[in-house]
Ligand binder design. Structure first.
Ligand code: PEP
Ligand code: MN
Length: 337
């Protein structure tokens, strides 16, 4: 921790801060400059709240030197984490495509989705059976029946399954039917759920919250990792900004930033990231070029009649065309797909 004292700070105020830092376990290194005195703290409590010192008399600013997350930080595993599920590996250089409808709607719909997704070259089918909808009157998902249909369709085409778990009571059900458990944007800071998920030994895809910083996303991942579950995949899915043209603002820069800060694989979801079908392919291409380890995308055989997120779901021909383009882009940036 670095504490920069105000120009006017008195010797007594400086000493109060030094005493406080020592109390919190820091070794204090003092540097008296021409204008400011700077106090460097080494060690200290990991959960130390810099805001408390920042508010003390005579303090100008406080900077944390080490990251507040430990297990999620790149320095914990400099080589990066590869999440392996069957013969699919996420984080080892091959771009993993997870595609499918927003929700499981019927037997026929999910069977058609499995064919579209597999024919295009994806290795994972996505679809929600429990849906976090903004309105309680919107379609809420098919529940266990939907999970059964999803598993059957996936197995017929040799696909892995990713589906969302919305609360702790659904964990056993999701674990039984899905290979990857998705934690949605709205649940990124549901700390009780994160702790329960940390007890599992199953791959988790953790989405960035709608208004979450990258640091908050990594702290949420830390909850899962600290429970002993290291199979965490992060997902950038757009954040809310002042822009209203798109549903969310796809933060492509989060991809290289997370690569730098964390060892965990990062997947991009350009469907929720934009909310508009025609922008999904450009953002998917950009995400791969920016270094994403995978893509999570919505595709539907008939988006105009989808029960959820139709406007952002690709038509099958758009998805097929995109997959062809990604096969050109991935090798150009040293990846395969
Ligand atoms: C979804 O993947 O369908 C979904 C609800 O995503 P998010 O949590 O990112 O809104
Ligand atoms: Mn959706």
């Amino acid at each position: 921790m670095l504490v920069v004292m105000q120009e006017s700070a008195s010797e007594a105020q400086i000493q109060t801060i030094i005493d406080r830092m020592i109390e919190d376990g820091f070794d204090v290194h003092r540097s008296t400059g021409v204008v400011h005195t700077v106090l460097g703290g080494v060690g200290g409590k990991t959960e130390f709240d810099t805001a408390v010192v920042a508010a003390m008399v005579g303090v100008k600013e406080v900077h944390r030197i080490v990251s507040p997350y430990k297990l999620a930080s790149r320095s914990f595993r400099p080589g990066g984490t590869v999440v392996k599920i069957g013969n699919v590996a996420i984080g080892d250089g091959k771009v993993v495509v997870m595609a499918g409808p927003c929700s499981v709607e019927s037997h026929d719909q999910i069977e058609r989705a499995a064919d579209i997704v597999a024919d295009g070259g994806a290795s994972v089918i996505r679809a929600g059976a429990f849906k976090p909808r903004s309105s309680p009157y919107s379609f809420q998902g098919m529940g266990e029946e939907g999970l059964k249909l999803l598993r059957t369709a996936a197995d017929r085409r040799g696909l892995l399954v990713i589906s969302e778990v919305m609360d702790s009571t659904q964990i056993p059900l999701l674990s039984a039917y899905s290979d990857i458990l998705q934690i949605g944007a709205r649940n990124m800071q549901n700390f009780n759920l994160l702790r329960e998920i940390g007890k599992l030994r199953k791959p988790i895809l953790l989405k960035r919250g709608i208004a979450a910083t990258i640091e908050e996303l990594l702290l949420s991942a830390e909850y899962i990792l600290s429970g002993g579950n290291y199979e965490v995949i992060l997902c950038e899915r757009g954040i809310r900004t002042f822009e209203t043209h798109t549903r969310n603002t796809m933060d492509i820069s989060a991809i290289p930033a997370i690569k730098k800060l964390s060892h965990l694989p990062i997947v991009a979801d350009p469907s929720h990231g934009t909310g508009i079908r025609d922008y999904v392919a450009p953002m998917a291409r950009a995400s791969v070029a920016a270094g994403a380890d995978g893509l999570l995308m919505e595709v539907h055989h008939d988006p105009d009649h989808a029960l959820s997120d139709g406007a952002q779901s690709l038509y099958p021909h758009q998805y097929a065309e995109l997959m062809k383009q990604l096969k050109i882009i991935a090798p150009a940036v040293g990846r395969t797909i």
